[in-house]
Design a protein around this ligand. Structure first.
Ligand code: 5GP
Length: 195
């Protein structure tokens, strides 16, 4: 069994409504050894794809994305979920993202100057559920005219429609772990093979 499946079984806490909490190593406290293994796996899959930029969304995508960016020797850019006073609205690309866990829509943004039309962008996120966050990031990259090379996900909840929506949009998705089912009543996680 892979390191990430083992860690999820060890530390994961199952909440109602198919929410999995993994805040001992990814969503709040960060385990650098696990982050390094995640980055190594993404690196093996994406190393020859000419990536020039990694794009993620605050906060939990940042840890795996920054370690992968170090390996690929490219910059990592994260979308913010609210506009700081130091950023002009017109100087940013914006996209609406509905958060599955927070049950609210945010206007996510990145400064235009950090995404260019010749960029080959790899999107990284911690979870994939309905695909809202990833599609929002794709939208930001497309506004810049850049090319989205792929979407790298740490934990995909395959019973939710995110992957299908991304693949229907012509995007290549690589998930380190895929979850077939989260059984809240019996507190069980059933994994799905493949990436
Ligand atoms: P989506 O946008 O694909 O619907 O959901 C992915 C986003 O919602 C991720 O950025 C992640 O932060 C959050 N998310 C969705 N499902 C879960 C979950 O089961 N656990 C945690 N911790 N975050 C989740």
């Amino acid at each position: 069994m892979s390191y990430l499946k083992e860690k999820i079984l060890e530390d994961g806490i199952i909440y109602p409504n198919n929410v999995l909490k993994i805040d001992s190593f990814l969503n709040q406290q960060i385990d650098p050894t696990i982050m390094k293994k995640i980055a190594d796996e993404f690196y093996e899959y994406y190393k020859d794809k000419g990536i020039t930029k990694i794009l993620t969304i605050e906060a939990s995508g940042i840890a795996p994305a920054i370690i992968l960016a170090t390996k690929l020797n490219v910059s990592m850019l994260f979308a913010k979920k609210s506009k700081p006073s130091t950023l002009e609205k017109e100087a940013c690309y914006h996209a609406k993202v509905y958060s599955y866990t927070k049950r609210k829509t945010s206007d996510v943004l990145v400064p235009k100057k950090y995404l260019k039309k010749d960029d080959k962008v790899l999107i990284i996120d911690d979870f994939l559920a309905n695909g809202e966050a990833s599609l929002g990031l794709v939208d930001l990259a497309k506004q810049a005219g850049s090319n989205v090379v792929g979407i790298g996900i740490c934990v995909e909840k395959s019973f939710q429609p995110g992957r299908k929506r991304l693949e229907e949009a012509g995007l290549d998705v690589y998930s380190i772990v895929r979850i077939e089912k989260i059984d809240y009543e019996n507190q069980k996680i059933i994994f799905k093979d493949g990436h």
